[in-house]
Design a protein around this ligand. Structure first.
Ligand code: SF4
Ligand code: SF4
Length: 172
């Protein structure tokens, strides 16, 4: 929900108003801290999301406004603090990535990186220190050859079941 507040702020700087803001809870994907949710939990969240999306579509179709959905003040403040203190560190957090012998030189990690931060060198990924910390490379490596330090060794990867890896490939 922090993203909605950030969007509202950015639009405000340009003199624009955000008339509606909706949050849909999805399975978490921050592999650095936790592995994929159970399949049952994922299904539950997808079902709830489907119901909420139908409501949102109706509201948008009817051009209804909606207050910007947000967490309570304390959660927002903690989230903002964590976000603002972490963002400047993102580019070099890729120093924590490492690749093991399971790598098949398929280049998927290089192709899904949205900011060209990976080059394949002698068949293995090399991170360039300009990371956005999106974790696409580690989540989508088909052989789970990428780890983040050692904390991801035993964690299940997560992909939304409706998304194909090819849909994430950069155009260029
Ligand atoms: S996606 Fe995985 S297997 Fe493919 S090149 Fe990257 S590290 Fe190697
Ligand atoms: S895919 Fe994301 S996490 Fe991986 S190197 Fe690129 S920006 Fe960083």
């Amino acid at each position: 929900m922090g993203a909605l507040l950030q969007t509202q702020k950015q639009l405000g700087r340009k003199g624009l108003t955000l008339h509606a803001g909706f949050a849909i809870r999805m399975p978490g994907s921050y592999l650095v801290k936790y592995g994929a949710f159970s399949v049952a939990k994922q299904k539950d969240l997808f079902n709830k999301a489907k119901v909420k999306i139908e409501t949102i579509v109706k509201m948008i179709t009817n051009q209804q406004g909606n207050k910007i959905e947000r967490n309570n003040f304390l959660i927002n403040a903690a989230g903002n603090f964590a976000y603002n203190s972490m963002v400047p560190k993102f580019p070099t957090l890729d120093q924590n990535f490492n690749v093991n012998e399971k790598c098949t030189s398929c280049n998927t990690c290089e192709k899904v990186c949205p900011v060209h931060n990976i080059e394949i060198n002698n068949g293995r990924p090399k991170w360039r220190g300009n990371c956005e910390h999106c974790l696409a490379c580690i989540q989508w490596c088909p052989t789970e050859a990428i780890q983040y330090s050692t904390q991801t060794n035993d964690r299940k990867r997560y992909h939304h079941p409706g998304v194909l890896v090819k849909e994430l490939y950069r155009e260029s």
